[in-house]
Design a protein around this ligand. Structure first.
Ligand code: 4AD
Ligand code: MG
Length: 465
């Protein structure tokens, strides 16, 4: 028995009058008085559902078909035909086998009606059954696939950077410790401190906040590389754009400077949007209506736009001139809040922007010091409605400067010895950036909260399912 999927039917891979078998779930059912049931089924292969016509002549019509409820799984044997009045495809059933029933149809939490995303978040194991999570899941998949394809075509090699690391890439203290020590009986050294020598790796280790440092080692040999995987941050940020576990694509390229890598980031984003528009159109049309956002148009606009750069110093001036929006002044050297970012991109410029050359004090130690000695060659890409989706920089390739920057950031240069080797042996200018997958998805789908854009979200005080 060769199985068919709904997408095959709509892609016209199925000739009418040919017998097909399809496994699916019931979304909805309507029984007519004359003994015909109309069963709406879905199988996740595409946004569309298909209607199954079940006639009372089916041998299990009374026993099974009339009892079918939303959520039941079925195997259908039938013929694809055009519906009489609507010229739509439907399946005329020859037999319907019930695979799994729903225990209590009255209390089935995913009844076929509109549920709020907040409600669904507490049903993370059942929410994939909804249209909205189905649409998001397909888009997430196609974007991930497209990123690998695009980067490979551009000559980038995929590097699996480690998830367990002893280094803090971003230089800040927001990491999850990885340990097998017994918390009830922690071994102490002579100084009374935790004895990490007794721990699994013989040293203190963490879940990675970024694969960048390891990626640089490969970029400084193979020129163009990337990593794509989960990233962990133990920051206590309860916002709609932060997750404790999120997915990041990090690109690293030798011999490129800051502007060149940001232009490449634009090229990659354009390619992603082009592809998602081509492959997920039905999902996007549905999400446009759901989120009341002009998703398709804004991606089309992005595709034909040029990267628009502004200096950090200029952005500070704009914010300080907008006294209607912000009560307090922002001093040069302070970081932008998400409100500032939204103001700049959503309200002032009303378009995607790239802010570059941030003060060194608010950026990581590895960014290249500019000639002014105050700023670093860094750039963030901000999108309307989201804020920062990409953070990138040119890396400090000069060994002496890197050493100074480590010390300035109170990091022990000895711990970064292997990283410094990349500057000791045939150093090259190189640059890279990180793109948060869930934030990108937020732009593509119009869904504001990143918790709805990853299958099982992990956030402060929340690791259910
Ligand atoms: O700006 P970030 O922290 O940059 C880095 O990690 C660099 N090492 C990247 C590099 O140059 N290779 O993070 C990059 C992106 C952000 O712009 C954002 O899209 C996303 O990762 N991101 C998060 N997404 C969800 N939840 C969080 N807590 C995030 N933190 C960062
Ligand atoms: Mg950043």
């Amino acid at each position: 028995m060769k199985l068919t999927t709904i997408i095959d039917i709509f892609n016209k891979k199925i000739l009418t009058s040919q017998i097909i078998f399809i496994n699916a779930w019931v979304r909805n059912k309507r029984d007519s008085k004359i003994g015909i049931s109309f069963i709406d089924i879905y199988d996740g292969s595409c946004f569309k559902h298909i209607q199954v016509i079940a006639n009372k002549d089916l041998k299990n019509y009374k026993k099974d078909i009339l009892q079918l409820t939303s959520g039941c799984s079925v195997c259908i044997e039938g013929i694809v035909q055009k519906s009489i009045n609507k010229d739509q495809l439907e399946i005329y059933a020859k037999s319907i086998k019930i695979i799994g029933n729903v225990f209590n149809p009255e209390t089935y939490p995913i009844a076929p009606k509109s549920h709020t995303l907040e409600y669904l978040r507490n049903l993370a194991h059942l929410r994939p059954r909804t249209n909205i999570i189905g649409a998001i899941t397909r888009i997430r998949h196609f974007i991930a696939q497209e990123i690998h394809t695009f980067l490979s075509q551009q000559g980038f090699l995929w590097i699996s950077t480690p998830l367990i690391t002893a280094l803090n890439t971003e230089g800040s203290g927001e990491m999850f410790c990885v340990s097998t020590l017994n918390f009830e009986d922690i071994p102490k050294n002579l100084k009374g401190k935790v004895d990490y020598k007794k721990d699994f790796f013989g040293k203190k280790t963490f879940l990675t906040v970024s694969g960048q440092l390891h990626l640089e080692s490969y970029a400084c040999a193979l020129s163009k590389v990337y990593t794509f995987g989960p990233t962990f941050r133990a920051e206590n940020s309860n916002t709609t754009r932060h997750l404790a576990e999120f997915w990041m694509i990090e690109i690293e390229a030798a011999f490129l400077n800051l502007d060149e890598i940001i232009l490449f980031a634009y090229k990659m984003l354009k390619n992603i949007f082009k592809n998602v528009l081509g492959r997920c159109f039905d999902d996007l049309i549905f999400l446009e209506k759901k989120t009341n956002t002009n998703l398709i148009n804004r991606m089309q606009q992005f595709i034909v736009s040029e990267a628009f750069f502004i200096e950090y110093t200029e952005a500070i001036k704009i914010i300080n001139n907008s006294t209607n929006y912000f009560k307090s002044y922002l001093n040069w050297g302070e970081d932008f809040s998400s409100e500032h970012e939204k103001y700049l991109s959503d309200i002032y410029y009303k378009k995607p922007i790239v802010i570059k050359n941030y003060p060194k004090k608010i950026k990581a130690f590895y960014m290249r010091l500019n000639q002014d000695q105050k700023t670093v060659a860094s750039a963030d890409i901000l999108l309307p409605g989201i804020g920062e989706i990409i953070g990138g920089s040119q890396r400090e390739e000069r060994w002496e400067q890197l050493n100074l920057r480590l010390k300035e950031n109170n990091l022990n240069p000895e711990n970064y010895n292997w990283y410094q080797d990349l500057r000791r042996y045939g150093t090259v200018p190189h640059s890279g950036f990180g793109l948060g997958l869930e934030r990108l998805l937020s732009y593509v789908t119009g869904i504001k909260n990143v918790r709805d854009l990853i299958p099982f979200p992990r956030t402060p005080k929340y690791a259910n399912f």
